[in-house]
Design a protein around this ligand. Structure first.
Ligand code: GDR
Length: 333
């Protein structure tokens, strides 16, 4: 039997790289969309691409852009993916206040372009949309589930809400196999350095090694539901293996403040974070979401999905990975 074929937008990102590993391990041929830039940004999948048994055999990268629907159409015709995982787009919430038009265009309109492409496919395609807890923004109830009304508090959240609703409409209107995964914060050693958990884990490791002397942050009382990215991509894959398409919340169900995360991270290297953390209003956002904590009961019931790693273990494993990176024991990804 021919190998299943998947197409991933945003393959070079944290989730794209973990999902690629999962799919390859399950015997898929994986195609990824890579945005052209003057500097390569493939570090998270370079170990796969350079593996002679994988690169050019079961893993293929294609330059492209979500806005270039003609080339995407051509690509789809050639690859004929059975599953599409859509992660691409500007994903920094704070930055979305600075560049709202670009964010909404990429996240909102970019998803619409893919949905239109999906409508035209002659063979059945299953589509995973990486939605976000940011669609809930300031919910009236906690924890949130798939039926909680969308009340975003950022341009990024608005764009994700638009895309999430479009996915629901296209599923209903055209009978397409489309799933929204409403994922709460999920982190890992592959997290980008401008997201707060990685900024903290790197700082804890660097301070412990005498290479950094302070950590400058915004609001410390912000609370999030933090999980471990490799476990989240398992849920995403399971979502597309079901008989019927649906929406799923992926979350740990626990809320912790940023201060608690910092505490757990710095405890890993035996340091008191209060000696190093400075405040800068530059990192405070015009609005912060509130009460964001997810109820993943449906994903557990229908997909058998259970997050295993909780906040304190997550903070510890991220700091340990950054220590290994600094000490040269691990290649950068
Ligand atoms: P978030 O993640 O906005 O929840 O979105 P981020 O790590 O950027 O912020 C989390 C919280 O930390 C506060 N904060 C800071 N944040 C950053 N980035 N840098 C700082 O210096 C800093 N100081 C305090 C923030 O105000 C916020 O409250 C992430 C992204 O991955 C989205 O793409 C995804 O959809 C959601 O998670 C679920």
């Amino acid at each position: 039997m021919a190998s299943p074929t998947a197409f991933i937008t945003g393959i070079t990102g944290q989730d794209g790289s973990y999902l690629t590993e999962l799919l390859l391990a399950r015997g898929y041929v994986v195609h990824g969309l890579v945005r052209r830039a003057s500097l390569f940004n493939r570090s998270r999948i370079e170990h796969l691409r350079l593996d002679p048994a994988i690169g050019g055999k079961t893993l293929f990268l294609h330059y492209g852009d979500l806005n270039d629907t003609t080339s995407l159409r051509r690509l789809f015709r050639r690859i004929r993916p059975g599953e599409v995982y859509h992660f691409a787009g500007q994903s920094h919430v704070g930055l979305s206040f600075e560049i709202p038009e670009a964010t909404c265009h990429e996240v909102g309109h970019g998803t619409l372009g893919l949905l239109e492409l999906l409508r035209d496919q002659e063979h059945p395609v299953r589509f995973y949309h990486a939605s976000s807890s940011e669609v809930f923004g300031a919910p009236a109830t906690a924890p949130q589930n798939e039926d909680t009304p969308l009340r975003p508090t950022s341009p990024y959240g608005c764009a994700k809400a638009f895309a999430t609703n479009l996915c629901r409409v296209y599923r209903e209107a055209y009978g397409l196999f489309i799933c929204n995964g409403i994922a709460y914060n999920h982190e890992s050693p592959r997290r980008g350095e401008n997201f707060v958990t990685r900024k903290i884990s790197l700082a804890a490791a660097r301070i412990a090694r005498g290479r950094q002397h302070e950590l400058v942050l915004g609001q410390l009382d912000a609370a999030r539901d933090w999980g471990y990215a490799p476990e989240f991509v398992e849920g995403m894959w399971h979502a597309l293996q079901r008989q019927e398409p649906d929406d799923y919340v992926f979350a740990t169900g626990e809320s912790h403040t940023l201060a608690e995360f910092i505490d757990a991270a710095f405890a890993t290297v035996g340091l008191d974070w209060r000696r190093y953390v400075q405040f800068d209003a530059r990192y405070v956002r015009p609005i912060e979401p509130v009460r964001l904590v997810g109820d993943a009961a449906k994903a557990h019931r229908l997909l058998g999905w259970t997050p295993r790693t909780k906040m304190a273990d997550l903070a510890r494993l991220m700091v340990q990975a950054d220590l290994a990176l600094l000490d040269g024991a691990e290649p950068a990804r």
